[in-house]
Design a protein around this ligand. Structure first.
Ligand SMILES: [Zn+2]
Ligand SMILES: [Zn+2]
Length: 152
């Protein structure tokens, strides 16, 4: 909580050397917490999802594998229960960041009705008419190309 004050300009004295300027900058950056520390748990979950999108995958019904953000290894998140076996102490009113990351990737992707692989929604088309697929099925470009599907 810092009070807002009117912007002021302090022209640097000419005599000041580059060294002392650098020292000032380093001291300042050490004194202030790094920006990531200011992110909420939710925002860190989203950032994790965006950075590791391709590595966040569904391994079994409801179980998603999410890489740890602090080192090697993955966490097996259960999206049905919202549980994550990591060691973060997430308060009850907040969501574990690995759970958030898995939910984000799940929402941004869909299953191709042809090959069964998961793609980003922007890469999937929706079937309008087909003798092979149901209306509303999602298809990846490859499966769409090899099918009779008319898409929306
Ligand atoms: Zn977790
Ligand atoms: Zn496909």
């Amino acid at each position: 909580m810092s009070k807002e004050t009117a912007p002021q300009e302090f022209p640097l004295p000419e005599a000041r050397t580059t060294e002392s300027l650098e020292a000032t900058v380093i001291e300042k950056s050490l004194a202030q917490p790094a920006p990531p520390a200011k992110l909420t748990r939710f925002e860190r979950g989203i950032a994790l999802a965006q950075e590791h999108f391709e590595e966040i995958t569904r391994g079994a019904p409801w179980i998603w594998s999410v890489p740890s953000c602090s080192g090697p290894g993955v966490h097996a998140v259960n999206l049905k229960t919202g549980e994550c076996p990591c060691e973060d102490r997430t308060p009850e009113d907040e969501t574990d960041k690995h759970v958030t990351a898995a939910r984000y990737v799940k929402a941004k992707t869909g299953l191709c009705a042809g090959c069964g692989f998961r793609f980003r929604h922007r890469d999937l088309v929706e079937v309008q008419e087909s003798l092979t697929y149901f209306e509303g099925d999602l298809l990846c470009p490859e499966c769409w190309g090899g099918s009779d599907a008319v898409v929306l």
